[in-house]
Design a protein around this ligand. Structure first.
Ligand SMILES: [Zn+2]
Length: 127
């Protein structure tokens, strides 16, 4: 995988599928070129080139710092490990929030193994 970092010359959309922020002229961007066989994108089999925000794409929801300042470990929450339309888990956090390599802030809760997106956690006032 080859990556190069540039300043964008003109506005364009970000190629990260979940990213809804526009890339503006002057923004730092990363061009990633992935050889055939190293990706699984939409049935693509050849070289894939993408342009995304450098570092982290802006994502929705609270930042890790905001979450950790307001919600200590043990905060009662409703958690949706899967889709937001699923029945939520009534539980409590068992870790501070952190940022995944993909740029998404997550935290862990009792009763579930992996990190859950902060946008899929709703703090409860009382246990
Ligand atoms: Zn982006």
């Amino acid at each position: 995988m080859l990556t190069t970092t540039h300043r964008a010359r003109k506005a364009r959309t970000c190629d990260r599928q979940e990213c809804t922020s526009q890339i503006r002229p002057g923004d730092l961007i990363v061009r990633t070129t992935t050889p055939p066989g190293r990706h699984h994108l939409y049935g693509e089999t050849g070289w894939v080139r993408s342009v995304t925000h450098a570092g982290r794409c802006p994502v929705e929801g609270p930042t890790v710092a905001e979450w950790n300042a307001a919600h200590p470990v043990g905060t009662p929450v409703l958690a949706w490990p899967g889709a937001l339309t699923d029945e939520p888990l009534r539980t409590r956090t068992r870790s501070r929030a952190w940022v995944l390599d993909s740029g998404y802030p997550v935290a862990m809760v009792d009763g579930y193994a992996g990190g859950i997106l902060l946008t899929h956690l709703t703090p409860l006032e009382t246990p």
